[in-house]
Ligand binder design. Structure first.
Ligand SMILES: [Zn+2]
Length: 63
């Protein structure tokens, strides 16, 4: 992990979060199950440093 410090508050206690269920991101064109979203966030101030889908290949050809 490249970023180990919060750019907002300088906190070094980072955590990993996960969004699933109704909050999952789905491909626009396909009516298929999407991908969960994971976050790297600061446990001090709640700032989200990184967010990404766990299965990016599901979004190929969807632009
Ligand atoms: Zn912070």
């Amino acid at each position: 992990m490249a970023e180990t410090k919060c750019p907002k508050c300088g906190g070094t206690e980072l955590g990993k979060g996960k969004q699933s269920g109704y909050a999952m991101m789905a491909p626009v064109k396909k009516m298929s199950f999407g991908s969960n979203i994971e976050y790297i966030l600061c446990t001090e101030c709640g700032y989200i440093i990184e967010s990404y889908v766990t299965k990016p290949e599901k979004f190929k050809g969807n632009y």
